[in-house]
Design a protein around this ligand. Structure first.
Ligand code: ATP
Ligand code: MG
Length: 251
């Protein structure tokens, strides 16, 4: 079977700085890939290439085995890529149900918005997928009253409910409380449960180890190594990360 996403020999420079050099990277169907690496290793640059935000200088991008030329943000969306950033994903002043259906509103036959179905569907998603039990949260709640973790939960559930096949999370736990982080990690496991794929970036090795099927370590723009998480203990992974930071190599 083809990879959901494959990068071949991707390179990207910003002026003098080479952020990525000959990167080979794959995400399988229904696979969660953790991306680890120190500050400036090139993680966000890699993600921005996948989302069509940056064009690579060299290399190939394939979705489901098909090469895509000149990937743009719009094209990446159409190919099922959704990104979840903390705070940025949602319209703060709008209600929960409007955020869920934003850009994909349901209508009646004559073009009137089908408010009733959108609200009841939001209620169902809220209870079944988001696990919001707080009495304060309902489909009419305004998003800005949500916690950072709840907002990201909404963004992930929305991505899952629609056509996203590859969900990208760049440092989603940053600024979250312990409780919110736990909830977020559960959402990432739901992505896997729904048969979709994800790329998960986090500085916390423990978080990455606990949700990823495979971990890819970047160091100064190159892939320093990769592991199946089932083959490596958390301690060993941490040890290897320290080694990469010190020597630039996993050996
Ligand atoms: N738009 C840009 N213009 C110039 N340099 C950039 C740009 N984006 C990234 N870089 C440089 O590319 C390198 C990789 O940056 P990137 O943001 O991909 O790292 P990162 O692994 O996401 O780091 P962090 O963990 O700090 O988020 C850095 O040296 C950075 O300064
Ligand atoms: Mg980054």
């Amino acid at each position: 079977m083809n990879y959901r996403l494959e990068l071949r020999k991707i390179s990207k420079s910003f002026g003098e700085v080479q952020s990525l050099r000959d990167i080979d990277f794959q995400v399988g169907q229904n696979e969660v890939v953790g991306l680890l690496g120190d500050n400036g290793a090139g993680k966000s640059t890699l993600i921005k290439i996948v989302t069509g935000y940056h064009q690579p200088d060299r290399g190939e991008i394939l979705f489901n085995g098909k090469r895509v030329e000149h990937l743009t943000v719009t094209k990446a969306r159409q190919l099922g890529v959704e990104t979840v950033y903390q705070e940025r994903a949602l319209a703060d002043q709008q209600t929960l149900w409007r955020n869920i259906f934003m850009g994909r509103e349901l209508s009646h036959r004559f073009g009137f918005l089908d408010l009733k179905t959108m609200k009841s569907e939001t209620n169902r998603l809220m209870l079944e997928s988001m696990g919001f039990t707080s009495a304060a949260v309902n489909p009419e709640s305004i998003i800005k009253t949500f916690s950072g973790g709840e907002k990201q939960g909404v963004a992930i559930v929305r991505a899952l409910h629609f056509r996203a096949d590859l969900i990208i999370l760049d440092e989603p736990t940053m600024g979250l409380s312990l409780q919110e982080t736990r909830k977020l990690l559960e959402f990432v496991r739901d992505i896997k449960g729904a048969g979709k794929s994800a790329i998960f970036i986090d500085h916390n090795v423990f978080h990455v180890h606990s949700v990823a099927d495979r971990v890819v370590v970047l160091d100064r723009g190159t892939v320093a190594g990769e592991f199946q998480t089932k083959d490596i203990t958390l301690d060993d992974l941490m040890e290897k990360m320290y080694r990469v930071a010190q020597t630039g190599s996993l050996e």
